[in-house]
Design a protein around this ligand. Structure first.
Ligand code: PLP
Length: 454
């Protein structure tokens, strides 16, 4: 096919994130022009349902007039300011208060950044700052999990547990260690119950901390549900088994709520759904419905106290971003939370999630599907040549990509993560919207299955 003028300009002008540049040069970009509700339109006028809310983030869909008005109003009043040197503005205060009020554990202070990656790097810096202040400069290692996704800046990418983010980048840094993925279907041994599997993973973590030396391990980081690792919902008793191991070794617990935060799993935060006991939390994406980039790090009283006491020894906290706590992001964040509350988005998610999850599980028996899984309004269909052994395809990612493009033809945007098809629609999606996502699924799976066999 001929490339359009925009596609040719795109090829010459952009280096695309998470894109194969050589393939891209051949097939060209997909130009998205506008959005409304749960739909987007491309430059040919074709309409798509956005089954991924962009990148797990456009929680209120596209074109929400209230969010747009909040942004417009803030732009007119104070389009930029910062929080350095003790300056502040009302949207920053109000949003931090809201975060403290909604988070399930008591949190003392909020530090703003612009992206999830920056928030997670900030977590590590604040923890190191704290360990130095406590006279424990050797307690700096961070434990993450294989298949975790925590972002792409150097430390966040190190904590991410995916080979693509490590290879060619000389990562992970040595101070980051990875432990077992809590994926029961793929990782459990024959005959192991979910509880036994969870206990084994907690023992793995304990062994790792013992081997590294508990006085060298500062923190454990976890997403409540792994998102970009393939929507991996931990099995029964997982975090309940992890918590005492962390307590025993005096290891802090970072909760990465970048995807799960603000209603995605049916509670305000995934920590509540999955029963985590974190000492700090990272948030982004749905914090603003993603109309404006903003992220936040919430820290507990102990961390806040140590950092404040330590500040007596320095001219200032040596950390902060020009755009951290941008008034536009904060104002839109305040408005997004107000919308979640007044439109009772939690109740809506709890009503629509069972419909969505049931629909997803209808494909669990399809010969191409290994596992159908999810919680709240996120889910995945993992494709496999053999469900029973959780086998992977000979050429990983090809079948997933094929299914994704099959669905795209039918006007459905979903994302293939390797051979897992991920779902994360805007939280405002209706039953009709769920139906629109799944309508072409059977045919697309059948077509992909025939293609894969041939
Ligand atoms: N943490 C989680 C759980 C994420 O899913 C992501 C992005 O998808 C990040 C962190 C990184 O966020 P960003 O892409 O805004 O840097």
């Amino acid at each position: 096919d001929m490339l359009t003028n925009a596609q040719m300009r795109d090829i010459e002008a952009l280096l695309h994130p998470y894109t194969n540049a050589a393939t891209h040069r051949q097939v060209g970009a997909h130009l998205i022009e506008r959005g409304h509700g749960c739909h987007v339109w491309d430059d040919s006028g074709k309409r798509y349902i956005e089954g991924m809310a962009g990148l797990w983030c456009a929680s209120l869909g596209f074109g929400d007039e209230e969010l747009i008005e909040a942004a417009r109003e803030q732009l007119g009043k104070l389009p930029y300011y910062h929080l350095f040197g003790g300056r502040t503005h009302e949207p920053a205060i109000e949003l931090a208060e809201k975060i403290k009020e909604l988070y399930p554990q008591p949190m003392a202070r909020v530090f703003y950044c612009s992206s999830g990656s920056e928030a997670n790097d900030t977590q590590v810096k604040l923890i190191w700052y704290m360990m130095n202040a406590l006279g424990k400069p050797q307690k700096k290692k961070i434990i993450s999990r294989r298949k975790a996704y925590h972002g792409v800046t150097l430390v966040a990418a190190s904590m991410t547990g995916l080979p693509l983010n490590h290879g060619s980048f000389d990562l992970p840094f040595d101070f980051v260690k990875h432990t077992t993925t809590p994926h029961y279907w793929r990782e459990a041994r024959d005959g192991e119950t979910e509880e036994q599997f969870s206990a084994r993973l907690a023992a793995d973590l304990d062994t790792l901390i013992e081997a590294e030396g508990p006085d060298t391990v500062a923190a454990f980081i976890s997403e409540p549900v792994m998102g970009a690792g393939g929507v991996i919902v931990p099995p029964k008793g997982y975090f309940e088994a992890i918590a005492p191991v962390l307590r025993k070794h005096d290891v802090l617990w970072i909760d990465d709520e970048v995807i799960c935060g603000f209603g995605r799993t049916g509670n305000w935060f995934g920590a509540e759904t999955l029963n985590m006991q974190p000492t700090s939390a990272s948030m982004a994406k749905q914090l603003t419905g993603s109309y404006v980039p903003l992220s936040a790090v919430a820290i507990n009283q102990q961390m806040a106290d140590v950092i404040e006491a330590e500040s007596a020894r320095h001219p200032a906290l040596g950390h902060g971003f020009t755009y951290g706590g941008h008034p536009l992001g904060c104002a839109v964040g305040v408005k997004a939370i107000e919308i979640y509350q007044k439109r009772d988005i939690l109740r809506h998610v709890r009503q629509i999630a069972p419909v969505f999850q049931a629909r997803l599980r209808q494909y669990a028996d399809h010969p191409l599907v290994g596992e159908a899984r999810g919680v709240g309004l996120m889910g995945a269909l993992e494709l496999s040549p053999d469900r029973k052994s959780a086998a992977t395809f000979k050429a990983p990612g090809k079948v997933g990509a094929r299914l994704m493009s099959e669905l795209l033809k039918h006007g459905v945007i979903l994302r293939a993560i390797g051979d897992s098809l991920a779902f994360c629609p805007p939280m405002i999606i209706t039953e009709d919207g769920v139906e629109e996502i799944f309508a072409p699924m059977e045919a697309a799976l059948d077509a992909t299955y025939s293609w894969a066999k041939a």
